[in-house]
Every structure is written in structure tokens, then in C-alpha cells.
Ligand binder design. Structure first.
Ligand code: B3K
Ligand code: ZN
Length: 853
């Protein structure tokens, strides 16, 4: 095992102030010439280590003289070097055969790059680490007809024609940057242009490059970019700093997008939208990812990470910023619920499994494995807690000081917290533990009421159980926002308690009668709350709490509690209190359609699974189905009436319309289970009438969750209409892969044989195999082990092609520790099969190894 450790960090022995890169692009033999200005930082005899992978070395010259480097593991070593010199290296690479989509590769005819975290070493030999910051000049040479656009970071200095139908372009990025922010694109695109004037008067050209014929789907992305630019000026006083901001959408991409300086690369899924092909969720996600990458220009690029253990420095902070932005653009409550779901469904699961790590990991085998829900989403929750503890103004002062101190530097998470601490003159030493301690704290709540004095006390006990990576745990500093509901006069007191000890007591009052406490308003800390409350107390919170999260959470907790009881007892009778709850929510829907749409949705299987161990897979799924059907059949008229009341008019992506569509979608899903006469033809009518993808998909989803034969008919129709559009076909693939059916696995085989499917395209793989493994629990957890075997077979096939994609797909199996004994054994058996594979990538090896430990 060759894990890297945070504790072993050493500053680089050499810096490279300038790099001139020349690319002669060719499918299989791209020639890369790299000329670096190198300066020694340490003692005279320090060797210079350059990372390199999958490179053919053409030659090395030190100060103009040919030089023979020592070949080493993952790179080359140069010895006996002058204090400062010019280093020239020639390498030859094969982009067309680069299926890992890391380094320089081809995506549907275009050359493009992805260098974060450690992909630059697949382009040339270089100190591929973020604390080496360099000014780049890049010259690109390519065939002019096939690649009319030649792009790199910064500003275009010059361009011209060459013989043989080739042309060239020269780019210069005035800002020193780490190699992971380098980017190059060469291809033929449709170009959308726009402009933005910063508040200090700089005119910025905005360019969006998309596949030919897709220009009409680019406007929402451009509008989102302009909103993000204006928001960052207004909220944080941060302006854009180059003359041009380019975004290129590509079809083959391992994740969402990449913030390369001045030249973002995007998965086309997070750029292209028009009402006919994209849903409200797509519109939301595009706005948020565009903003996220834009915000990185300051949090990530201008101030970057010293080493990859510090990844959350830029990712946690930037996710927090994009969440604030999304909240400001639309409905803060709905945005918050989305984030809470990510935490409870995915992050809590990661922390409970073999890959548990703090938001600043201490040991890493494959860095790509740490672009995790922990580093990103828990990282953002940690920043949010700082924001809560320091207040809006204090947080802003901390941010200002952070930029003042560290602009142009590669720094650590500690530097960030220090800036927050110094700007606010507070002691954050206990808070820093969030960076080094993994695991989900459990907050146990107790209350006592003294009728004589009216004193009401709240006791909070925090406990973090040992995790796979760490045994010893300590108390954490967290803000616990509470609402105290006084039933007598329907008044609500709000407090934010600053909790630092293992056990703390807080007194309130006097009250005439015992009040009800609602804990963790706004999900103020990433913890699980354990509190015993009666149905009546929960109902009071649902009706009278002020914070929408608390209302939603109380409803979810009431439902979950009964689902767990049903799952445990195998009982199929649904308690009346749940029917009454839904009935009363349906009567109030108009008060807040967006919030009630969320409240009417049952907790997901994934969320339920995180609440109890061992997970009762079959029991929970059965209980959930049973409750859904019962609600559908008992309240049919209400679902119907609520759906019928909604009319949105012509499609527009507005918060109001999106809320209405969402609410109707929820109602349709129940209606499809209702047995009401005519429901099938009603759904069919809605499908035919729909003028937008959101409503179309709502009908398809409703049918997918039911036994209606209409599902297959509509899916055929949908396919006939969209079979040439890969992004839309991803929705079709996912609907099939997520559908419960007895012949699940043969259906998956048929999907993978579809003309649109390709194992080389991450979006396709995620929509079929990913949807099955993550969101088809009945199929995936089949007790004969066939789901686990299917996923493992696929991992063995895809790992040699693209280890990053394989490594994400294994996630649902990592939760095996919480499953029953039989399923644990079945999954362990599959892990052993993986470990037996001679070619297993480092990505998968790290996860399988930790699982079997
Ligand atoms: N920084 C990139 C993620 C790179 C992932 C490398 N495996 C996108 C983002 O978080 O904005
Ligand atoms: Zn990011």
C-alpha cells in the first residue's frame, strides 16, 4: 500500500516560474514541448522530481544541453542541477486512446483536457502538485478545418495559418497557477457570445462553446453565469479578473465540470437546456454548477490548495458559496432540503462505511477517491457552521482577510480558519476539530420541566461513534439552533446554542405549560438528532414551527418512525395518524406549495436506511410501498383535486412554476397507485398535453412507480422521439434502470446493447448501471446476490477503461457493513473477486482493501 500522508508534507524543492507549452495535436501522436524556468528553493543537492504517467519521452535538455534523467516510479528524477535554469522536455502522447478522460483526451471529435487532481502528469513531466504555481504560455497547432477553435487559459495573444491546412494559436495566462488548472480545447463548436461589465468597469467577453446545432440550448447557462458574476461582486466584493471567460461543453466528462482558469470545461449535462428537453431540476443544477465553477475563480484559483489533503479548502467553501447563491436566486427552504438529503442519504452513509474520512483526509492512496460527499458537502456544512457562529458580517470580514492575506498563494484549511479567527477575534480552536475528526455526531436531546417554577431545561449530549479510520473521538463545537414552541399562546422562541462540551444544559422559561422543542433549525449542524417525542409534539412542530426545515423534518420523522415499526413487525396495517397527517397536509398545500410538495413525499429508502442498523432492506421497502399505496387509495380524491387545481401556463423556469409542477408530480405518483378508474387514460392525456420535459418526466415517473402497462407504451413513444439525443436518452435509460421488475438484469443487458449506450461515456454508464446500483434497491439488493454480482462484473469491465467512473459506481456496495449477515457475505464475496483481478486500479483497490480490513 502506497498511501500518501498529510503528516509527510514537504515544500517543493524547486519552483517553476514560467512554462511555455507547445502542442502539435494529433489523434495518436500529439507532441508536447514544455520549456520551464526552474528555480531551486532548498539545498544545493536537492534532486528535482517530475511526475509523469503514460508518456513517451522524446528528450530532456537542461540549460540547452541534452540530459539523461533517471527513470523512477511515476516520474523522472534530475540531479546535479544549477540554482536556476531552463528545462526543456519533449513528450509524445496518445489522446485518442485515453479512455480515462484524464489528461489530454478526445471527446466526440474534440481535443480536451482534465487535469485535476493529478492529470497534468499525463501531458508532460512536471512537478504536478498544487503548491508549484507557474505562469503559462501555450501554443496550439492543429488542422484548421477539423479544429477551427484552439483554446487555452487566459488571453489570446496571437494566431495564424500554417502549411498543410494547419493553424496555430498562442495563449497567455497572466496569473500564476498550479498545473491542475491548465486546460486546452481544440474542436469545432457553435459559439454563443455575451458580455459582462464588472463593477469597476472591466468589460468581460463571455463565450459558451457547445456541440454544433445546440446553440439554442445555451442561453440559460449564459444567464446563470451573469447572475453568478453579479452575485459574487455584491455578496463578497469579488470581481472577475481576465478579459474573457470561456465555457466549453463536452459529452465525455468524468464529473460535473472543471474550473480551469478562464476556460471552464463542462459536462454538457450541466450546460444545455431548453424546456422541451430539460427539467426544472436540470435548470436548477445548471445554474448552480455554472455558479460553482465561477466562484472557484477566487476560492480555488486566486487562492489555491497547498496540497490535496486541503481539498475542502476550496471545495467545501465553494459548495457553501454556490448554496448561498442558489438560495438567493430562488427558494432558500427548498435549496436547504436538497442539501440535507445529500447529507443524510449519502454523506452519513460514507461516514458509516469503510471510506470514512475527515473533511481534511490524512491518508490518501488515490486522490480522485477523495472528491467525496464528505470533502464537498460536509465541508460546506462546516463552513456554514462558521457562518452561523460568526454571523453574516463576521463571516464576510473573515473572507476579506483571507483574500487579503493569501491572494496568489497555495494555502491550508488552517490558514482559512485562522483568517476567520483573527478577523473576528474569537477562539476557534475547538471548532478546528471538524477538520480532523470523521464520523457523524449523535446529538441526544433530553428535556425537563418544573411546573412549580416554569423552568424548562434542555440537555444536549454529543457522541461520535468510532469510525473505520479513527477510534478516538472528541466533542465538537457546533451551533444548535432551536425553536421552543409554547402551545398555550402559539409563540415561538428561537435560540442558537453554541455547544462545545460533551454534555450541556440550557435553561429557559418560565413557561406556564411544558413547551415543545424543535431541534436543529435549518439543519444547523451535520449531526443525527436522537430525541423521543410524541406524535402530538411532532404534529405541533409540523403545524407551528417557523423554520421550514423543522416542519418538514418533523413530518419525515413521524413517517419514518412508523415505517421502521412496520418494517420490524412485518405489519401491513397503516396507522391512522399517518393518514390524518397526509390529509391535513393536503388541505394546507396552498399555504406553501413548494414546501408541501416536499412534505408529501415519503422519506427515500436511502434516508431510511441511514436511520437504523442493520438495515431491514425488504421490510423497509415493503413498508414504504404499503404506505404509499394506502395513502394513494385512501386519499385518491384529494390527490386528484390537488393535481387538477394546478395550471402553470406556458413553460417558464420560475420558482413558482417549478413548485407547482413538483407538487403535481408528487400527486400523480400517488394517483398512479390509486386504482381510480380512468387513471391510466388521465396520465396518458397529461403525457400527450405536456409541452415540457418536467411534466413529461413526471408522468413517466408516476407510471414507473406503478404497475400500469402505460409505462412501457410511453417509454416506447419517448424513445422514438428522442433516440438521437443522448442527454435526453439518459433520462430514458435511468427510468428503465430504476424500475422494479423481476427481469431487472436482463433488462439492463438490453439497455447496454442499445445503439445510444457506450461503456466509454460516463453519463451513459451512470444512467444505466449507476441508477440501478444507487436507486433500484429491490433489484440491487436481491437476496440471491445477483445485483451485487452484476455490478461487480461491470466494475471488472469498466475499471480498465475508466477507473474514476468504476470507483464511484462501487459506492452502494461500501455500505455493506450495515446490511444483514447474508447480504454482507454476498458483497464480501464480490470484493474478493475484485481483489483477485490482476489489473485492479488504485482507485478500486483503495476502496476494496479498506472494505475487507
Ligand atoms: N474541481 C473539480 C473536480 C475535479 C475532480 C477530479 N477527480 C470540479 C469542482 O469541484 O468544481
Ligand atoms: Zn468545486
Amino acid at each position: 500500500d502506497t498511501a500518501m500522508k498529510l503528516a509527510d508534507y514537504q515544500p517543493p524543492a524547486y519552483q517553476i516560474s514560467e512554462l511555455y507549452l507547445e502542442f502539435e495535436l494529433d489523434d495518436h501522436r500529439t507532441r508536447v514541448t514544455a520549456i520551464s524556468q526552474v528555480q531551486r528553493q532548498t539545498s544545493q543537492d536537492a534532486p528535482l522530481y517530475l511526475n509523469g504517467e503514460a508518456l513517451e519521452l522524446g528528450g530532456v535538455w537542461v540549460a540547452g544541453q541534452p540530459y539523461q534523467p533517471e527513470m523512477a516510479e511515476g516520474g523522472i528524477i534530475l540531479q546535479d542541477l544549477p540554482a536556476s535554469f531552463e528545462l526543456k522536455i519533449e513528450t509524445i502522447i496518445d489522446p485518442a486512446n485515453n479512455s480515462s478522460l484524464e489528461g489530454l483526451y478526445k471527446s466526440a471529435g474534440a481535443f480536451c483536457t482534465q487535469c485535476e487532481a493529478e492529470g497534468f502528469r499525463k501531458i508532460t513531466y512536471f512537478p504536478d502538485r498544487p503548491d508549484v504555481m507557474t505562469r503559462y504560455r501555450v501554443r496550439i497547432v492543429a488542422d484548421k478545418q477539423a479544429y477551427p477553435y484552439l483554446l487555452s487559459n487566459g488571453n489570446l495573444l496571437d494566431q495564424g495559418d500554417l502549411d498543410g491546412g494547419r493553424h496555430w494559436a498562442l495563449w497567455e495566462d497572466p496569473f500564476a497557477k498550479p498545473s491542475y488548472l491548465f486546460a486546452l480545447v481544440a474542436g469545432d463548436f457553435d459559439l454563443l457570445s455575451d458580455s459582462f461589465t464588472t463593477r469597476s468597469g472591466r468589460d468581460v467577453t463571455l463565450q459558451l462553446y457547445v456541440d454544433k446545432g445546440n446553440a439554442y440550448r445555451g442561453q440559460h447557462a449564459l444567464d446563470s453565469l451573469k447572475k453568478a458574476m453579479a452575485w459574487d461582486e455584491q455578496k463578497y466584493g469579488l470581481e472577475y479578473d481576465l478579459d474573457v471567460y470561456m465555457i466549453v461543453a463536452v459529452d465525455f466528462f468524468n464529473m460535473g465540470a472543471m474550473e480551469n482558469k478562464g476556460l471552464n470545461l463542462f459536462n454538457s449535462k450541466y450546460v444545455l437546456a431548453d424546456p422541451a428537453s430539460a427539467t426544472d431540476d436540470d435548470y436548477f443544477n445548471i445554474e448552480s454548477v455554472i455558479a460553482h465553477e465561477y466562484f472557484h475563480n477566487w476560492t480555488g484559483n486566486r487562492v489555491t490548495c497547498r496540497d490535496w489533503f486541503q481539498l475542502s479548502l476550496k471545495e467545501g467553501l465553494t459548495v457553501f458559496r454556490d448554496q448561498q447563491f442558489s438560495a438567493d436566486m430562488g427558494s432558500p427552504a427548498i435549496v436547504r432540503l436538497k442539501q440535507v438529503r445529500v447529507m443524510r442519504e449519502h454523506q452519513f452513509a460514507e461516514d458509516a462505511g469503510p471510506m470514512s474520512h475527515p473533511i481534511r483526509p490524512e491518508e490518501v492512496m488515490e486522490m480522485n477517491n477523495f472528491y467525496s460527499v464528505t470533502v464537498y458537502d460536509k465541508g460546506a456544512e462546516v463552513i456554514r457552521m462558521l457562518h452561523t457562529l460568526l454571523g453574516e458580517a463576521g463571516f464576510r470580514q473573515g473572507m476579506d482577510l483571507y483574500f487579503k492575506r493569501h491572494d496568489g498563494q497555495a494555502v491550508t484549511c488552517d490558514d482559512f480558519v485562522q483568517a476567520m479567527q483573527d478577523a473576528n477575534d474569537v477562539d476557534l480552536s475547538a471548532f478546528r476539530r471538524w477538520y480532523s475528526q470523521s464520523g457523524t455526531p449523535q446529538l441526544t436531546v433530553g428535556t425537563t420541566f418544573e411546573p412549580q417554577t416554569g423552568r424548562f431545561s434542555l440537555s444536549l449530549t454529543q457522541l461520535t461513534a468510532a469510525t473505520a479510520d479513527q477510534h478516538e473521538k472528541h466533542p465538537l463545537h457546533m451551533p444548535v439552533a432551536v425553536e421552543i414552541l409554547d402551545g398555550a399562546n402559539n409563540s415561538v422562541q428561537k435560540h442558537t446554542l453554541s455547544v462545545t462540551q460533551e454534555k450541556q444544559q440550557f435553561d429557559f422559561g418560565p413557561f406556564d405549560n411544558e413547551p415543545v422543542t424543535a431541534i436543529l433549525a435549518g439543519f444547523s449542524a451535520p449531526v443525527r438528532v436522537k430525541q423521543i417525542q410524541s406524535d402530538a409534539q411532532k404534529q405541533q412542530i409540523i403545524l407551528h414551527a417557523q423554520d421550514p426545515f423543522l416542519r418538514w423534518d418533523a413530518a419525515q420523522s413521524l413517517i419514518s418512525q412508523y415505517l421502521h415499526e412496520m418494517a420490524g413487525s412485518g405489519q401491513t396495517s397503516v396507522p391512522d395518524v399517518l393518514i390524518e397527517l397526509f390529509d391535513s397536509m393536503l388541505r394546507r398545500v396552498d399555504q406553501d406549495p413548494a414546501l408541501f410538495a416536499e412534505m408529501l413525499e415519503l422519506p427515500s429508502f436511502e434516508t431510511l436506511a441511514q436511520q437504523n442498523s442493520p438495515i431491514r432492506v425488504d421490510g423497509l421497502l415493503d413498508a414504504r410501498d404499503c404506505l404509499k399505496r394506502k395513502l394513494a387509495r385512501t386519499l385518491t380524491d384529494q390527490w386528484q383535486a390537488t393535481a387538477d387545481r394546478i395550471s402553470t401556463g406556458a413553460y417558464q423556469y420560475t420558482q413558482q412554476q417549478a413548485a407547482q409542477r413538483r407538487l403535481r408530480g408528487v400527486c400523480l405518483a400517488y394517483l398512479a397507485l390509486s386504482n381510480a378508474p380512468g387513471v391510466e387514460s388521465h396520465l396518458h392525456q397529461l403525457y400527450l398535453q405536456s409541452d415540457n420535459m418536467t411534466d413529461t418526466l413526471a408522468v413517466l415517473k408516476a407510471c414507473q412507480g406503478s404497475e400500469l402497462a402505460l409505462f412501457d407504451r410511453l417509454m416506447e413513444d419517448f424513445e422514438a422521439k428522442w433516440r438521437h439525443d443522448s442527454l435526453v436518452m439518459d433520462k430514458w435509460f435511468a427510468l428503465h434502470a430504476g424500475k422494479e421488475r423481476n427481469d431487472c438484469l436482463s433488462k439492463l443487458q438490453i439497455l447496454m446493447a442499445h445503439a445510444m449506450y457506450s461503456i466509454n461515456n460516463p453519463n451513459r454508464v451512470r444512467s444505466v448501471v449507476g441508477t440501478f446500483a444507487f436507486y433500484n434497491p429491490r433489484g440491487f439488493h436481491a437476496i440471491d446476490g445477483s445485483g451485487y454480482k452484476f455490478l461487480t462484473d461491470y466494475l471488472l469491465q469498466t475499471d480498465p477503461i475508466n477507473p474514476q467512473v468504476a470507483s464511484r459506481l462501487i459506492t452502494p456496495m461500501l455500505a455493506f457493513g450495515q446490511l444483514d449477515e447474508s447480504r454482507q457475505d454476498l458483497i464480501r464475496h464480490q470484493f474478493l473477486r475484485l481483489l483477485d483481478s490482476p489489473q485492479l486500479s488504485r482507485d478500486l483497490y483503495e476502496k476494496v482493501r479498506k472494505s475487507l480490513r
